[in-house]
Every structure is written in C-alpha cells, then in structure tokens.
Write a protein that binds this ligand. Structure first.
Ligand code: HEM
Length: 201
C-alpha cells in the first residue's frame, strides 16, 4: 500500500523532530526562562511567515486564516512581560517548500498538547496566563490536525515537489532551533527580558 504524503513527511522529518525535542529540553526541571525562550523562538519564526500564509491564495484550502498562532504567542509573551524576537530566517518562495514550513508550524500544536500537560502545573499556566500557545486549539486539536493532514494529502505533488516540501520542513525545524539558541543567548545577556516589552494587550 502506498504511504500517504503526510506519513512520508513525518518519516522524512523524524530525526529533525527528535533533535529539536532534545534541544528544547522542555522536560524535567524546566527553568521558566527556557519556556519563555521557546515561546520567543516560535514567535520569531511564526511572525515572519504566518501573515503570508494567511494571505496566500495557494494556501486558501489549508485554512490558515483559522490557524493563526501569532496572537497566542503574543498573549503569552505579554503575560510574561517579554518582547518578541525577529528571526533572520526567510521562508522559502517555493510553494512546496512553504507547505513544509506550514506542516512544521501546524505540527507544533500536537507537541503543545503534551507540553501543556507537562508544564502548566509548574507555573499555573492557563490559556489566559502564559499557556495560550501550548493550549492551542484545546479539545479541537485532533480535529484541526485531521483537516490539515487531509488538505496536505490532497496536494497533487510531483516527487520533486515532495522532496522540496520535506527539505522545507527540515529548514523550518532548523529556523526554530536557531531562533531558540538566539533567544537563550539573549536571555543570558539579559536582552529582551525587560527592555523590549510588547505593547499592552
Ligand atoms: C519538547 C517539545 C516537543 C514535544 C514533546 C513534541 C511532541 C510531539 C508528539 C507527541 C507528537 C505526535 C502527536 C500525535 O501523533 O498525536 C508530535 C508531532 C509533531 N510535532 Fe512535536 N513535539 C515537540 C516539539 C515540536 C516542535 C518545536 C515542532 C515544530 C515547531 C514540532 C512539530 C511536530 C510535527 C510537525 C508533528 C507531526 C508529525 C506527524 O506528521 O505525525 N514538535 N510532537
């Protein structure tokens, strides 16, 4: 039986996923600064990409207008009184590669559910108090993922486009990891924690 595209994409990016999980190290004794660095890295990457996805006609059927993550991230960062970061990574122009980015950002909602359960008790996170991004779609997560995967699998990609998509996904994972490292480094230097606040809600 042929493997569907999403399953192939999951296999192609498994190592990248494992690597980012290791790098984020959001298990065990997690310092709050580490969680905030994760929020900032996701904000950096999502900010540079999401609006383009929402406006992109090629993405209309993937429903990105209803999948915005930037407002969640900004709400969380405001809760902690922390500024957002800007990523140096520029999302690809190629449609297939951008789908790979979209896959990674959307997939983060799955990890978010696991992380919410794990981290919420540490700092009393709720969607209103610093946990909006991890909470994500809440009870609707599985349903939102299912509809995304359906749209993904319906794309009529050539073998070359599938490869470009997997490469795009790998690039997105790298962009997040880089933004995370930059955020951690900034936190150690005290940059962005008090002096570059987001505006009021
Ligand atoms: C420590 C952090 C993370 C944990 C614990 C985690 C955990 C998980 C889990 C448990 C799943 C599978 C959910 C399911 O099949 O129901 C998943 C899937 C996924 N996660 Fe993560 N994740 C983490 C970070 C991330 C990050 C930072 C990204 C990207 C920004 C990401 C992208 C994805 C993607 C794309 C999938 C879908 C894979 C597929 O197609 O099956 N994850 N994650």
């Amino acid at each position: 039986m042929p493997t569907d595209f999403r399953t192939a994409l999951a296999s192609a990016t498994r190592a990248a996923h494992e690597e980012i999980e290791r790098e984020l190290a959001l298990d065990g004794e997690v310092p709050l600064a580490r969680y905030i660095a994760y929020l900032r890295s996701m904000h950096a990457v999502v900010s540079g990409f999401e609006q383009a996805l929402v406006e992109d006609r090629d993405f209309a059927h993937l429903g990105f207008h209803a999948r915005r993550k930037r407002p969640w991230l900004e709400r969380d960062l405001r809760h902690f009184g922390v500024a957002g970061d800007v990523s140096n990574a520029s999302p690809p122009v190629d449609f297939a590669a951008r789908v790979g980015w979209a896959y990674v950002l959307e997939g983060a909602t799955l990890g978010g559910r696991v992380l919410y359960k794990r981290l919420a008790p540490l700092w009393s996170l709720t969607p209103e108090h610093g946990g909006s991004f991890l909470f994500g779609y809440g009870e609707r997560t599985a349903e939102m993922w299912r509809s995304f995967v359906e749209a993904l699998n319906a794309l009529d990609f050539t073998a070359a486009q599938k490869e470009a998509c997997a490469a795009g996904a790998a690039q997105a994972f790298r962009a997040i990891a880089e933004a995370f490292r930059a955020s951690i480094a900034g936190a150690h230097l005290g940059i962005g924690m008090q002096d570059r606040r987001l505006g009021a809600a």
